[in-house]
Design a protein around this ligand. Structure first.
Ligand code: CP
Length: 316
């Protein structure tokens, strides 16, 4: 495998989940695989889980890790070809990607959507730009439109906790005071289309995700109806795709409450984190025995380790 940009780069999700669960049982068993290899992590946006779990995964494989917070420590990058660079940007991605490729064996990048121009965000100019000009494999640590490491961890988590072969899984929109990207939701939807499950998305009218991602996945605009008999409630805010970047004013009525969880089939509660308590979801739900958010975050290490392992093996 050359790059891990999206869920579509997984050849068999079922096999990958099994492999990740095996890694979780013995995380140091491939300690020799990454010796003398360097993973470079470039962050254009903040992170807790992605940064630490990807570093942990690399250390488990014996790799060295170098990290740069690009947004405040790197030169401002130019992405357009043929630009006269007499404005704010100091370095072209062509040189930056090639130079970083000399220092690292694998590069991982986080670059969120700016939520100003949909076409620009969906062109994925940062991560795809690095993929174009880097001479080493590139991993997406959340780009403008996708978060495939999160979705792989989510798939592992659902597999670990499911009580039947075909669980009922709901992706529910929830309120948030800021405009958030669609990346986590997009990759979760793409991942769920490869899993044997009854999957439904629930959100307010106007918050449809891109139809090229949701395809035939059913949408239920009544959140309570969607929650009935659910085995997993996966909660995430995203801003509007059609009215791009818009924040909803429907706030409270979509918050996840204990009352709403009562109509489910004793559902497990999932969220990628970070989560705003008592805005997105009530404390009582987050702190309940059915909340699996911490184990979900734990699985980020094994998702990242599997991706790194596959890239290292393919480079041997
Ligand atoms: N879920 C997730 O990606 O967390 P961080 O933003 O903290 O990395």
């Amino acid at each position: 495998m050359k790059n891990y940009f999206s869920i579509q780069d997984i050849d068999s999700l079922d096999k990958w989940i099994d492999e990740a669960i095996e890694i979780k049982k013995a995380p140091l068993s491939d300690k020799a695989l990454g010796v003398n290899k360097t993973l470079g992590l470039l962050f254009f946006n903040p992170s807790l889980r992605t940064r630490l779990s990807t570093q942990k995964a690399a250390l488990n494989l014996g790799m060295n890790v170098i990290v740069m917070n690009f947004s405040n420590e790197g030169w401002s990058l130019e992405y357009e070809d043929g630009t006269v660079m007499n404005q704010g940007n100091s370095e072209h991605i062509k040189e930056a990607a090639q130079v970083v490729s000399q220092y690292c064996d694998i590069l991982a990048i986080r670059a969120f959507a700016k939520l100003e121009d949909r076409d620009e965000d969906y062109s994925e100019k940062v991560v795809k730009g690095f993929m174009k000009y880097a001479t080493i494999p590139v991993i997406n640590m959340e780009s403008a439109t996708g978060h495939p490491l999160q979705a792989l961890a989510d798939a592992i988590t659902i597999t670990e906790y499911k009580m039947n072969d075909k669980p009922n899984v709901v992706l529910s929109w929830a309120p948030h005071p800021k405009a958030l990207p669609q990346a986590v939701a997009n990759s979760f939807v793409e991942m769920m289309q490869q899993i044997d499950a009854n999957f439904v998305i629930t959100h307010p009218v106007g918050f449809e995700l891109a139809s090229q991602i949701t395809k035939q996945v059913p949408i239920e605009y009544n959140q309570n109806k969607a929650f009935k008999n659910a085995d997993f409630i996966y909660v995430k805010n995203w801003s509007s795709y059609t009215d791009y970047g818009k924040v909803s004013s429907l706030e409270d009525s979509w918050k996840i409450t204990e009352e709403k969880m009562k109509v489910t089939n004793n559902a497990k509660f999932m969220h990628c984190l970070p989560v705003r308590r008592n805005v997105v979801v009530d404390d009582v739900v987050l702190d309940s025995a059915n909340s699996i958010i911490v184990e979900q975050a734990n699985n980020r290490t094994f998702a990242a380790q599997l991706v790194l392992k596959k890239i290292l093996k393919s480079e041997q």
